[in-house]
Design a protein around this ligand. Structure first.
Ligand SMILES: *[C@@H]1O[C@H](CO)[C@@H](O)[C@H](O)[C@H]1NC(C)=O
Ligand SMILES: *[C@@H]1O[C@H](CO)[C@@H](O)[C@H](O)[C@H]1NC(C)=O
Ligand SMILES: *[C@@H]1O[C@H](CO)[C@@H](O)[C@H](O)[C@H]1NC(C)=O
Ligand SMILES: [Zn+2]
Length: 447
């Protein structure tokens, strides 16, 4: 009906107006058909701009900005981040990372929904206690990478995933073999805009081939944060560049008519805190209580990880170290506390893996542990601390059809994101540490 009145009124109306002195019934008919025509056009407009979909399936783009401390979005004008905030759902006081607040453990928790002991990446660097093999950030053997990352879950559900960098994405697991067309091997030299443009090119494929799940990763502003700490113009500039690169992504999606259909999730992995010369603890200051050979220490700071040889009782090491730290004779001794891993606070979820050395030291915010005095300049930034510190928080924004506009939600741990993504994609999730009810509390129902 609408279509008929629209097509008949269009040529008829101007002619009627200019040359005929029409009777009132005819005038009413013309007005009525004009109204119906306008209503039809309006309906057409709204259906093409928001409710009609070009893509035959839900799509999630998960974007990570490394070391994007919560609050950085206010350091510089960030029109694109703010567009996502106003048009989407934001964690009002930031996203809580897992402990330790380091890059690899956190990125892998985001995509598996698991705490580090369960996904296996307990640090950026660690040893297999049985074989003695070393894990580094370049290790791609699947034996290290436990759990089921989103790209694997997506593939197991017969959907397509694409990764433009993410820790663990190059690892072949289950149905995921890091396919050439949709999985980029990590190369930090690739300009950010090339990464965005490649992701945008996926939306030029026939619509049924557009990947359901896409990751995108940027090293900034973590890189600058380590050099100068969180409060420096280098950070402000890096935040502006991240905002601009998000703008490029948004514009590209808009040009393809899919911005309002795609779910864009913008996160970071952890925050950043300033460190400086006076905030140091030297392990050799503990020599009067206990000698700690360097080969016992697997990681110094901000998470101290010690594995003494089997002949040495870890409980004895912990007792001696804390005795020294509490003595008042060790510089900044009160800023380091050493634990048997099973005695760490439960909320840290950091004991249930053989890969975690038996002795873990926690340092206060902004402090660092070093083997010995070097006199080197130590001012810069660090992360890896207790995830209860606000400085370790990062950002979470969700934008797209399932995220309410302008909604603020309380802070939550990043292990919830896995279920959020599987809910949006409407696929079967693997067991994980996120709560099954979380997606219902955050997402709008699917239409
Ligand atoms: C995926 O496809 C395979 C092979 O066609 C089929 O056996 C399996 O049931 C499918 N899985 C799902 C979750 O649809
Ligand atoms: C990494 O990316 C840069 C910039 O695109 C390129 O020139 C270089 O060849 C790449 N390196 C490898 C190993 O692919
Ligand atoms: C986390 O998930 C793993 C795998 O399902 C499970 O074994 C573990 O008990 C869970 N831990 C917590 C604290 O929920
Ligand atoms: Zn990081």
């Amino acid at each position: 009906m609408g279509e008929e009145s629209w097509s008949s009124s269009k040529p008829f109306l101007p002619h009627q107006r200019s040359s005929n002195s029409c009777s009132s019934w005819r005038f009413i008919l013309v007005i009525a058909s004009m109204f119906l025509g306008a209503a039809f056009l309006l309906a057409l407009y709204f259906s093409s701009s928001s409710s009609a979909t070009l893509l035959p399936h839900p799509v999630v783009i998960l974007v990570s900005s490394d070391g994007f401390r919560f609050g950085y979005q206010h350091k510089a004008p960030t029109p694109n981040i703010h567009r996502l905030i106003h048009g989407g759902t934001e964690a009002l006081t930031g996203l809580i990372p897992v402990f330790p607040t380091l890059t690899f453990p956190n990125h892998y928790s985001i995509v598996t929904g698991l705490y580090p002991p369960h996904h296996g990446i307990i640090n950026n660097f660690f040893y297999d206690p049985i074989t003695g093999d070393k894990f580094t950030m370049a290790s791609h053997h699947p034996k290290w990478w436990l759990g089921h990352p989103l790209w694997e879950t997506v593939a197991a559900n017969n959907l397509t995933a694409a990764t433009y960098f993410w820790p663990g994405s190059e690892v072949h697991k289950g149905p995921w073999a890091c396919p050439k067309a949709f999985c980029q091997p990590y190369n930090s030299s690739v300009p950010f805009q090339d990464r965005v443009d490649t992701v945008l090119s996926y939306f030029d494929l026939p619509t049924d081939q557009v990947p359901s799940f896409i990751t995108l990763y940027f090293e900034d502003p973590d890189h600058q944060g380590h050099l100068v700490g969180p409060d420096d113009s280098l950070i402000t500039d890096a935040v502006s560049r991240i905002d601009a690169i998000l703008g490029r992504l948004i514009l590209g999606l808009e040009q393809r008519g899919v911005f309002h259909e795609v779910h864009l999730i913008f996160v970071g992995d952890h925050g950043m805190v300033g460190t400086c010369d006076k905030k140091l603890i030297f392990l050799d200051d503990l020599a009067p209580w206990l000698d700690i050979p360097e080969d016992w220490v697997h990681y110094y700071t901000p998470i101290l990880a010690i594995r003494p040889p089997p002949s040495v009782d870890p409980a004895h090491v912990v007792a001696k170290m804390n005795q020294g730290l509490d003595s008042g004779k060790v510089e900044n001794g009160g800023k380091l506390r050493v634990f048997l891993k099973q005695d760490l606070p439960e909320r840290l979820h950091y004991s249930d893996s053989d890969r975690i050395p038996p002795i873990i030291g926690l340092v206060d915010e902004g402090y660092k542990v070093e083997p010995t005095r070097t006199g080197n300049n130590e001012c810069g930034g660090a992360h890896g601390y207790d995830n209860a510190f606000f400085s370790m928080r990062t950002i979470f924004i969700g934008h797209g059809p399932r995220f309410a506009k302008g909604r603020k939600i309380p802070s939550f741990e990043n292990v919830q994101i896995y279920n959020l993504v599987t809910s949006i994609l409407n696929i079967q999730a693997a067991p994980n540490n996120g709560s099954a009810s979380f997606p219902d509390s955050v997402l709008l129902p699917s239409s």
